[in-house]
Design a binder for this molecule. Sequence first.
Ligand code: SF4
Length: 400
Amino acid sequence: MNYEGVIEQSTMGLKELMDSREEIIGYIYPHVPLELFMAHGLTPSLIRALPGTASGFEESLQTFACSYIRNLYSQRANGHFLTLAGLVFPGNTCDALQNLGDIWRIRFPDDRVFRLTYPVTRYSQDESTTKFLTEELKHLSETISKTLNRPFLSESYNHAVELVQDFRNSAQFLYSARVVNPKIISYAEVVGLVRTFLTSTTTSSVSSVKEAAETVRNKANEVGLSDSIESVRQAIKSGDYSGVKLPEGLETPRIVIAGGMVEPQAMATLISDMPDVHESVIVLDLLSFGFKTVFTESPSTSDDPYLAMAQSVLTAPGDPTHEGLSYRMDAMKGILSNLSIQGLIVCEQSFCDPDQFEAPSIEKAASELGIKTVRVPLDPELSDRGRVETRIQTFLETLE
Ligand code: SF4
């Protein structure tokens, strides 16, 4: 299936929800409290850049706007945006998203725009970071209640926590299973399931992920890989790789894809379409819409749901938009050096300052481990597809 077809398929569930008059709240930045939206009776939907979006509407945006937000703005300006109950923009992440949120309010005054401001740092030793985000979440919750007349319901919150936890358990298992045996389930299938969940966070999309995890679990049990998969999962969650047990004779090369707000599906499609390359070379991604969403911890059963959600959001593996470069590089080095990785594809969203700032550090960290890297600039249109494919193919040949 081509890239457009994959996207179309993942949005089918969302269209059905809209037809049945469910209220959808859109968000753009991946690290949001899904449970909060669901506690207000809303279905969260990650709004993302789409290939084939006619451009030419971006004159309002600043010159530093990345290709990702240009695409989002164009979708809205040319009337291809879904009817949403509201749209949540992040504050304190990157200039491009800040600019998009500001312009959106002015250009589309009928849209209900909410803002969730994140703390500057995620790694401070005191509790100020969590406290700040807890207050922000309370504020967002009150604003949603007032604006949309949808109160926060504890019962809905508890159900949402369980649902998102089910998704994470299953998706973490699938990600870890592919580290142990990348042929046990295709990368395209895993990221397709994650995409469907993020596009419409519903019981049905979670059931699909759980079913896939169950099938893989049965296969892993038959061939004796379950312990190994669990050891990888625990190691990624804790950052302690001393208990990792990978099987002997792993097929090579084993590649990791690093980057921020780059579509995992785009990378899956690019690599699957290459002649003489099996997509099982991709062992893991570290992307915002994949790994970083999947390996966020769920809220605890604290008496204060806002505190629990703030703590949960702050456990997301760091993104280029956050402070804490050295922390992120150490975490990445732990993965690369302990999961038998030979190559790293460093994706950069075109004109994304955070990605471009981070990429040299990623290359340096990988080279310290003797791991080869290639930098790949991408935009939502995959407009430079031919050149990108050649670059990746040449890179894979050097690994062999
Ligand atoms: S791709 Fe980069 S610049 Fe664009 S919104 Fe994401 S972090 Fe910001």
